[in-house]
Write a protein that binds this ligand. Structure first.
Ligand SMILES: O=C(O)CCC(=O)C(=O)O
Length: 269
């Protein structure tokens, strides 16, 4: 059956195919973004075991202890689930896959001032979507730039093989893995406005440096998807969800893991 394009132009599709990433502007309205703000402001003052376990002590030195990332909010919060399945995002994904997407994961990063980033890595090392690949939809909730630790992408590495990560620099990264970009490619910043969404596939090398500002958070709602013709995914991401919210259980692919292992060592700023 031939796939009928829904939302992207041919030029946008070409950009994704040749560069390995695509920023689509304004996929969320201000009302929807305010809804996301409120949902994650509320979550930030709670402890949700297994999903969000902040340390509320006044004297902590690592800002990520107070504001760790929220893992899989769609599993306990209906608003997060609805935005993981946001129809404009699902339409872009369908155009990129040329088939229906399945949602596998949601996360929310607060990335407060002073917070470390996440060293360069490849997502399908963790998700292990097969056959096919995962695609990330990275939504800027705050405007992002190099100063506040916006995302970095290494263009054209979307065709680069998945490689075994090296050890990252724990002063810059809160996760242990680092994938060195090939010599001829450089990481460039994805400068984005609130409500823009960056799409990239699971082979693209990407990550972020620390938030160097004194007063600007760099919040992002980050979801990962699989093509519906995939048969396997790492067990951390099951079950998956169709656009209508119903679940699909793919076979568990061994050796995957949560996206980026976190350091379990004291933070030195
Ligand atoms: O938002 C970031 O700083 C990194 C997120 C990321 O790389 C990911 O979710 O795979």
């Amino acid at each position: 059956m031939t796939y009928k394009q829904r939302i992207l132009t041919d030029e946008q599709k070409k950009k994704f195919e040749t560069e390995g990433y695509l920023i689509v502007k304004g996929l969320f309205t201000e009302k929807q973004l305010t809804d996301i703000d409120k949902t994650f402001d509320d979550i930030s003052n709670q402890v949700i075991p297994g999903h969000f376990e902040p340390d509320f002590q006044k004297k902590i030195t690592d800002p990520l202890k107070r504001y760790p990332r929220v893992m899989h909010p769609h599993r306990f919060n209906e608003t997060a689930k609805a935005y993981m399945l946001h129809p404009p995002v699902m339409d872009v994904l369908a155009d990129l896959y040329k088939e229906e997407p399945l949602a596998a994961q949601s996360m929310f990063y607060y990335k407060p001032p002073g917070a470390r980033g996440q060293a360069l890595h490849q997502d399908n090392f963790y998700l292990k979507v097969e056959p096919g690949n995962c695609i990330a939809a990275w939504t800027a909730i705050d405007p992002t730039d190099q100063e506040n630790g916006g995302l970095l992408v290494v263009p054209k590495t979307s065709d680069y093989d998945i490689v075994c990560p090296e050890l990252s620099d724990s002063k810059e990264s809160f996760t242990t893995h680092y994938v060195k970009p090939p010599k001829e490619h450089k990481a460039i910043p994805a400068v984005m406005d609130r409500g823009d969404v960056l799409f990239f596939n699971g082979n693209l090398i990407h990550g972020s440096y620390s938030n160097k500002t004194k007063d600007r958070f760099r919040r992002a709602f980050i979801c990962h998807y699989a093509n519906s013709s995939a048969t396997r995914i790492s067990s951390h991401y099951r079950p998956l969800f169709r656009a209508d919210g119903t679940t699909v259980d793919l076979e568990a692919n061994p050796d995957g893991g949560p996206c980026g292992i976190e350091y379990d060592v004291p933070y030195i700023h």
